[in-house]
Design a protein around this ligand. Structure first.
Ligand SMILES: [Zn+2]
Ligand SMILES: [Zn+2]
Length: 103
């Protein structure tokens, strides 16, 4: 096997009790390294999904009780008891005032 970084021949080395193929330039061949890279990528993806969900809240026409702006973001949240209706939350598009409505 050859090193993909510099083209040298990889030599068997002991690393953390495991026998791996390594190169003098610091490259280490092995499944463990690839696995770590994959996991990191997945973590980043998860965070991105959460962020985009927060940013894409639907806007409805409702009058803000604070500044009387006519549009606000809204989302719903289920209360602890499953048989209770969900609570609607509103956030004014203009002044960021947040309030909720019990249905
Ligand atoms: Zn190398
Ligand atoms: Zn407002």
């Amino acid at each position: 096997m050859f090193c993909p970084k510099c083209g040298c021949i990889l030599r068997p080395t002991d690393k953390g009790g495991k026998r791996v193929l390594a190169c003098g330039c610091g490259y280490v061949a092995g499944k463990s390294e690839n696995f770590n890279l994959k996991e990191k990528g997945m973590e980043n993806k998860k965070i991105e999904v959460v962020d985009s969900k927060i940013n894409i809240l639907p806007i409805i026409e409702i009058i803000c009780p604070k500044c009387e702006h006519k549009k606000a973001y809204y989302w719903t949240k289920q209360t602890r008891a499953a048989d209770e209706p969900e609570t609607r939350f509103f956030k004014c598009e203009k002044c960021d005032h947040t309030w909720r409505e019990y249905s």
